[in-house]
Design a protein around this ligand. Sequence first.
Ligand code: HEC
Ligand code: HEC
Length: 371
Amino acid sequence: MKKAAAAALLAGGALLPGLASQAQENAAAPCTTEKGWDGVCLRQAYAGPIASWPLPQVPTGITPAELAPVSAIAVPPVSPKIVALGQRLFADPRLSRSNAVACISCHHPAHSFADNKRNSIGHEGRPGQRNTPGLLGVGQLKSLFWDGRAASLEVQALGPLGHTDEMAMDVPALAAKLAALDDYNKQFDAAFGQAGGVTLARILNALAGYQRTLLPPATRFDAFMEGERTVLNDRELLGLHLFRTKARCMTCHSGALLTDQQFHNLGLSFYGRKKHEDLGRYLVTGEAQDVGKFRTPSLRGVARSGPWMHNGLFPQLAGVLNLYNAGMSRPLPRNAEQAADPKFPVTSPLLQRLQLTRDEITALKSFLEVL
Ligand code: HEC
Ligand code: HEC
């Protein structure tokens, strides 16, 4: 599919017609036999245009954006000079107090711009509270951080720069520090096409500009979406089908980045347990109903960004899938006090037991590995 066509798909055809609940009944039946999945039937079901594919199986009232290739993502143009400057800053540990922690220390390209640690490790080896998210496609996100507390990449960067567990920098002193290093003053003027040297606003602008270019690399999933319907093997294709249908993943993981950008509670907030408790979205909104909700992450490059979830609780993707299969965890109040607590978190009603077989979980995992 050409760029324009893909963009049109996103703009116009992104919302599926309100047939979701009907699809729920239809989708379970096709392509299964007594012996299991009928691979030939599945190939046929996905041979035609995307609009003819089996509809996503999602709860009534949810209208997920259709999955789409990377080429459908419209990137606002950023000056290449600013991008190059941003890339240099992103990798420069001298942005931190100790001169030892760069953005790239935690957001590494080999891990989809995440790291491979359960919780991030920052200034003087201090562990952070949360798992580092990957940054592929981050320029498309409407809110940043697991709890959505930053509205732009420019504002977001102030978080890690100043945080005592991350780069621990005295942020107001950062511009002067950089101005005295290498040729930074000159490079800032060249990149922004104006005198003024290093300023905090320019640092944030360059970091954000660079990150807006971090699109997911096109994978076989993208080739498949663009019409090359033989590039996924049988297992991956079954994984895609399950993702859309029986496993109900598109309820929340939809669109080109496979996220609805909404906040959901998956039952992982450890409410009331001092050490691991994370109230998530509640920390931003103060609304009781938001306790334990986290933003649905993009699944682009997800196989390389583990451990997974906001708290890095899962070292294996199979573990994530097994818990989804069980309908996720639904912590119950442990005493009368918790039972009466309006803040006691409720696991999303959008989740349910899935009854996936072991082979189906393997197929789903193979599909996630293609993204
Ligand atoms: C010590 C490790 C560490 C360093 C250093 C670090 N980050 Fe992060 N980054 C994280 C963690 C952990 C989160 C999630 C925190 C949260 O949600 O509360 C995060 C979140 C983000 C997000 C939001 C992504 C999303 O999906 O919402 C962006 C963007 C980001 N970091 C960019 C940067 C930039 C730019 C720098 C350098 C100025 C940087 N990070 C330095 C660990 C780090
Ligand atoms: C109700 C919405 C919802 C549904 C349905 C859902 N997810 Fe998620 N998913 C989320 C949210 C929210 C998170 C982050 C939760 C957290 O960290 O506490 C997440 C996290 C993940 C992660 C970890 C990503 C990372 O970077 O750490 C994977 C993998 C994942 N989901 C895959 C799936 C698959 C596969 C399915 C279908 C079986 C699915 N999800 C169904 C909302 C959902």
